[in-house]
Design a protein around this ligand. Structure first.
Ligand SMILES: C[S@@+](CC[C@H](N)C(=O)[O-])C[C@H]1O[C@@H](n2cnc3c(N)ncnc32)[C@H](O)[C@@H]1O
Length: 467
């Protein structure tokens, strides 16, 4: 079981690995995470000071070193890093001109050989310079490198996480007006129904086992993340920051951001920035064959509009009320503020009624017999219209799939083709042409006569029943 201080330490370790790999920006960001999680450990600002020095962020390096000195007074490495920053900031001149006391000089620009040399070159006191050199020698002989390299190989071996393919050119992440605090994804070019918004591989996933096993497997996966992915993972939103639902923040982040991936739960760094709506304009799906999660536009999304997916699994977007959906979302620890859940009372009740009705219609299709085919098709059309009226842009195939079977049963091949095409095109637009969902219905779309009950019923025409 990991606690927050272990997560902070892991961030530092991965920061060190990034540092060794000369990825100073990632190292800096990881040390920042460590500092945010554990504000009392001097090593984190000490290491960030070093990363800031490498990034020529002199002011920040000075501040970090000062912070490390507050937590660990007289720390030689912190003094050295602050001195290096101050030298770059030109502050050593001020120290020399002022002929400060040794203590003040220490504070201002200790401790490196070039500093002492500069001090002498600028007319500094040679006795003091000798004292400084002695101090440097002592410090060097007792110094342990702050950035370990010994275990960096193990860590870099673990970098083999799946890489993210992120189509960020089509959307941008910024603050969402729907939320009091938090980001969302916004279109930066116009999407049409069926356009791919995003395609990425999860950085890791775990099997949906019992809670306890799940915790330890999540922690094991987190330990194995590359520094870059761990940094991005720690940057994700945590809805559980204020509650005590989980023993550490990594588990809170996992719970806030995990996607259902074909019986597993996983983290997709880019998709994690998409907020939920009960009438989403996009949908995510995971293709187990390719291991890729994709988000497709369900309708036109103009430039600047927020792109929403739904976190509600299965067919639960309709057939229920706002309250019911809120209960489903409560495990994610937020109150849904989507446009549907923000409707005024009267409109909200109408929405609830429509959603319940959509499901009633869907269920009634199965209750109608072969002799009631016209009625069945009419219910299907009504269901699709009601879905549209409610702003549910997906799931029409829940209805049209049966329509193809009905028409093929009565040997109305023109209508069967119309409905099987409708189903196939719906699935291609919502899940992708290479998705298992599209593959399931491709055969009957290509040849409606391959539907098992095809041609078995009395001949009948339904060409007047269309959406
Ligand atoms: C996967 S994250 C989505 C991105 C997140 N907003 C961010 O800033 O990174 C899920 C979290 O976003 C917020 N969120 C998403 N959809 C929401 C909605 N419909 N209403 C309120 N909060 C929502 C909640 O805090 C939720 O736990």
């Amino acid at each position: 079981m990991m606690f927050n201080r272990d997560i902070a330490d892991l961030a530092k370790e991965k920061g060190n690995a990034a540092f060794v790999a000369k990825d100073y920006a990632t190292a800096r960001s990881l040390y920042t995470h460590a500092m945010t999680i554990d504000q009392l450990n001097h090593v984190y600002p000490l290491n960030r000071a070093m990363a800031n020095l490498k990034l020529a962020r002199w002011d920040e390096a000075e501040t970090d070193a000062t912070k490390a000195l507050e937590l660990s007074p007289h720390n030689v490495k912190a003094l050295g890093r602050r001195a290096a920053a101050r030298r770059q900031l030109g502050k050593w001149r001020a120290a020399l001109n002022g002929r400060h006391s040794r203590a003040k000089a220490l504070d201002l620009f200790l401790i490196s050989r070039p500093d002492v040399q500069a001090f002498i070159d600028h007319g500094g006191d040679s006795t003091y310079a000798a004292q400084e050199l002695k101090a440097i020698e002592e410090a060097e002989s007792s110094s342990v490198p702050a950035v370990p390299s010994s275990d960096s190989k193990n860590l870099s071996d673990a970098f083999a996480n799946l890489l993210v393919e992120d189509g960020t050119s089509s959307y941008t992440i910024r603050d969402s007006p729907m939320l009091s605090k938090g980001a969302g994804a916004f279109a930066i070019h116009e999407f049409q129904r069926g356009d791919l918004v995003l395609s990425e591989k999860p950085i890791f996933f775990v099997r949906n086992d019992s809670d306890r096993d799940e915790f330890s497997s999540i922690e094991a996966k987190i330990r194995n993340l590359s520094p870059g992915n761990f940094d991005k993972f720690l940057s994700l939103h945590n809805s559980h920051a204020e509650c005590a639902c989980f023993p550490n923040l990594a588990l809170g982040i996992f719970s806030t951001n995990s996607f259902a991936l074909n019986g597993n739960s996983g983290i997709c760094l880019a998709a994690s920035r998409f907020n939920h709506s009960c009438s989403p304009n996009a949908r995510y799906s995971f293709n187990a064959n390719t291991g890729v999660l994709r988000i497709y536009a369900l309708g036109r999304i103009p430039i600047g509009e927020e792109i929403f997916v739904t976190y509600i699994a299965g067919r639960n977007l309709y057939g229920n009320t706002r309250q019911f959906r809120q209960n489903l979302l409560s495990t994610r620890h937020f109150t849904c503020a989507c446009p549907v859940c923000s409707l005024p009372e009267v409109e909200s009740k109408m929405s609830d009624a429509r959603r319940v009705k959509i499901n009633e219609l869907r269920e009634s299709i199965a209750g109608l017999s072969h002799t009631e085919s016209t009625q069945r098709l009419k219910v299907i059309v009504k269901g699709i219209h009601l879905l549209k009226e409610e702003g549910i842009l997906g799931d029409a195939d829940d209805f049209t799939n049966v329509a193809g079977i009905v028409c093929a049963y009565h040997s109305d091949w023109v209508s069967a083709e119309y409905w099987t095409r409708f189903t196939y095109e719906t699935r291609v637009a919502e899940f992708g042409v290479d998705s298992p969902r599209a593959a399931e219905v491709r055969g009957v779309y290509v040849n409606p006569k391959s539907i098992p009950m095809a041609g078995r019923g009395p001949r009948k025409k339904f060409t007047n029943i269309r959406v």
